[in-house]
Design a protein around this ligand. Structure first.
Ligand code: BTN
Length: 308
């Protein structure tokens, strides 16, 4: 345990003002060192108030500080504000970070979605990127983001009683409103996946701006503030389990059993073309099979899907 974590734990357990002198005795360091650590913690956004009587940690039931993540804490990289968690994850992945390294941010100034869209990332949402290193061939890589969406939707249903369903490829909707989006980027080594960066944006307690037409948050649906830490810990545990015993058939079966796309008349747009038809199935690699009006079938492997 580092000194900052020890100070955090002391102040959290104190639930009241705690003197700097007592901390210095408990940790065997000078009062000046205690003060320097606390100054650094305040600078990184930890709500500690200083007074002549000592230090007070303002309780924050929704904190996402790494020290709150138990066994996951060494993998968590936490930022108050960042351009995009995808950027930081890219740096870490290229430097060889371990499997299941997670970058979390309270706010993103340049959060992005699929198809080069902006992902509004105000306070209260859950924004994170997980770097995963599955031993799978490149052709199966798109199943990794499908797995993330399947696990998040399943968590929202089982733990929050939210009627979350999947829209191809990996949006999560409640009724017709979007509650979660997944963006993933991959790097390869030969014919194998080197790593996949799976970025997840979940509307939790954030206020949805007028720009975000058709979006909904967990807070609005449940009528109360929802702590984000539990969501993230459960998601990471379930996602890890899913990738450790990677079974494409059962993943696709799980996606199909809770999707809103199959059976719909859709059009799917990529940056180059649009295909229109009835979504009839998902193939073994996560592609969407469309029945076209002329009787032929076409499989789309990426793009934006609109339910007509
Ligand atoms: C989409 O539905 O278009 C995907 C949205 C993905 C948003 C998340 S938020 C965390 C991570 N960082 C980003 O900049 N984007 C992803």
């Amino acid at each position: 345990m580092g000194q900052k974590e020890k100070i955090y734990t002391i102040l959290k357990e104190a639930e009241d003002v705690f003197s700097g002198e007592k901390i210095s005795i408990m940790l065997g360091i000078s009062r000046v060192s205690v003060w320097k650590h606390i100054k650094g913690m305040v600078r990184s956004g930890i709500p500690i108030i200083s007074s002549p009587q000592g230090y007070y940690l303002t309780p924050d039931p929704d904190t996402l500080l790494p020290w709150e993540f138990g066994a996951w804490q060494d993998r968590i990289h936490y930022f108050q504000e960042i351009s995009s968690t995808m950027d930081e994850a890219t740096e870490l992945a290229r430097q060889g970070c371990p499997d299941f390294t997670v970058v979390i941010a309270e706010r993103q100034t340049m959060g992005r979605g699929r198809m080069k869209r902006v992902w509004f990332s105000g306070d209260g949402g859950l924004y994170f990127t997980v770097v995963v290193r599955p031993s799978i061939p490149i052709m199966l890589a798109s199943l990794v983001n499908l797995a993330a969406a399947v696990e998040m939707a399943s968590l929202l249903r089982s733990s929050y009683n939210i009627q979350a369903s999947l829209k191809w490829p990996n949006d999560i909707l409640v009724d017709k409103s979007k509650i979660c989006g997944v963006l993933s980027q991959m790097e390869t080594e030969g014919d194998q996946v080197s790593h996949v960066r799976v970025g997840v944006g979940l509307n939790v307690n954030n206020n949805l701006d007028l720009e975000e037409v058709g979006a909904v948050s967990l807070k609005t649906l449940s009528g109360k503030h929802v702590p984000r830490k539990e969501i993230l810990i459960s998601f990471l545990n379930n996602f890890k389990k899913r990738l450790t015993v990677f079974n494409p058939e059962s993943l696709i079966a799980d996606w199909k059993s809770n999707n809103t796309t199959i059976g719909q008349h859709v059009h799917v747009s990529t940056l180059k073309k649009t295909v229109e038809g009835t979504a009839v199935d998902m193939d073994s690699l996560g592609g969407l099979i469309l029945q076209i009006a002329d009787g032929s079938r076409e499989t789309v492997i990426h793009g934006d899907c609109f339910h007509n």
